[in-house]
Write a protein that binds this ligand. Structure first.
Ligand SMILES: *Cc1c(COP(=O)(O)O)cnc(C)c1O
Length: 421
């Protein structure tokens, strides 16, 4: 007899009922038996005690019912019930055929990039997350995979470097970070699929989260997120999330995860599931605060990069793909020293890399998150050294505005009205 605590698979003969679809905010908190949304190993969990919170199966191994090892789970690198549960929940939210959680966002990208072989090519943006840039560079020097960096706001720039023989992946971020450039996912996916049927269109959707944008519905083949950001929401864990559109792609991804051993630990899987339930309320509040902050900075004459800014060149395009502008924006002051003073004069806004947490953060990307991109490359990609990035949290917006205004005044960045405070 199997140990009663070891979950058994749902009967494979049970009649298939397509799961009812709810709106995103409902789906985030509505956690069901996972079997309907995924098709890989370890997808079915039946807790004998009907625990309201999914148990943490903090175990490396699972006892097998027979000598031929026919148990649902055997080894946590290959599969763990807590991990399966969060994967199934995220697959539903991302509208993926199957989802995977791994140890960090970079680890998610590493898994995806291993689908490309030496001699093959990748096309990626020119305003990428710093760590993404570093990993692609490493793959170029150590893995024989060349990456073409192009301006992904221009689909024709992508088409120019596509090579049906070599291109195996087109990697997009939209909005990019920190310049908030928008890539047209449906148009690019159509062009890539028509010219390079073997290439996967991959989207890093960390900035939007699946609550605001679901790239698999827009034509992408693979989506990934840093779960460290909005999905978990509290900066208390690191995780990466991958969603695949087809089971064929999912199988290739699972193979790499099992082979390299980067699957998310049971405890972090549990924390991620706990965090993701509040994604909708956090994102709505963070976004509403971000709109107020962006409008304030625009009214004070700063150049503000934000998809919710009607002056953004791709304001309309973003609205066709996402249900909101998100909560990350950047602005230019015109002077690096002024920017440094602003960042160091805030009290409420914490100086930190990263975003997606409930508290507000301020940073200078060229000095922090994007410092691994060499200065000449930053210059070539028009990344302003004075750029300040704001990652807006759920605080009272009045406090955030007052703190920012005071920092701007201390730094002398409000020339028209130095005495206003
Ligand atoms: C943070 C981040 C990553 C990397 O995720 P980690 O969890 O830090 O490894 C990748 N892409 C974007 C856009 C990010 O913001």
């Amino acid at each position: 007899m199997t140990n009663v605590l070891t979950p058994e698979p749902d009967s494979p003969t049970a009649a298939f009922q397509p799961p009812k679809r709810y709106r995103p905010a409902t789906e985030l908190v509505h956690i069901e038996a996972p079997s309907d949304h995924t098709s890989g190993p370890g997808t079915a969990i039946r807790d004998p005690y009907q625990a309201a919170s999914v148990p943490i199966y903090q175990t490396a191994t699972f006892k097998q019912p027979s000598a031929n090892g026919s148990g649902e789970y055997d080894y946590s690198r290959s599969g763990n019930p807590t991990r399966s549960h969060v994967e199934s929940h995220l697959a539903k939210i991302m509208h993926a055929q199957r989802a995977f959680v791994v140890s960090s966002g970079m680890s998610a990208l590493d898994v995806i990039l291993r689908l490309v072989k030496a001699g093959e090519e990748i096309v990626a943006g020119d305003d990428l997350y710093g760590g993404t840039n570093r990993l692609l560079t490493y793959l170029g020097t150590h893995g024989g995979v060349r990456t073409h960096h192009v301006d992904t706001t221009r689909p024709e720039a992508i088409v120019k470097v596509l090579d049906p023989q070599r291109t195996r992946m087109v990697l997009l971020e939209t909005p990019t970070n920190p310049l908030i450039k928008i890539a047209d996912i449906p148009t690019i996916a159509d062009l890539v699929h028509a010219q390079c049927p073997d290439a996967l269109v991959v989207v890093d959707n960390t900035m939007m989260s699946p609550y605001l944008q679901r790239p698999l519905e827009l034509g992408a083949d693979v989506v990934y997120h840093s779960g460290t950001k909005y999905l978990s929401g509290h900066h208390d864990l690191m995780a990466g999330v991958i969603g695949a559109k087809t089971s064929a792609t999912a199988d290739r991804i699972y193979h790499v995860i099992n082979a390299t051993g980067c699957g998310l630990s049971p405890f972090d899987s549990w924390l991620l599931l706990r965090g993701v339930k509040t994604l909708a309320v956090r994102m709505e509040k963070q976004q509403a605060n971000a709109v107020l902050i962006a409008n304030y900075l625009i009214s004070r004459g700063f150049r503000v990069h934000y998809p919710g800014n009607p002056a953004h060149p791709q304001y309309a395009l973003h609205r066709t793909m996402a249900s909101g502008p998100g909560a990350v924006l950047s602005f230019e002051t015109g002077d690096v020293i002024t920017s440094e003073r602003i960042v160091e004069s805030t009290k409420l806004w914490g100086i930190s890399v990263s975003f997606g947490c409930v508290n507000s953060l301020i940073s200078m990307p060229c000095r922090m998150s994007h410092a691994s991109i060499p200065a000449h490359v930053r210059q070539a990609r028009a990344l302003p050294e004075d750029l300040i990035r704001l990652c807006v949290g759920i605080e009272d917006p009045q406090d955030l505005l007052e703190d920012l205004e005071s920092a701007l005044a201390i730094a002398g960045a409000l020339p028209g009205d130095p005495m206003m405070l």
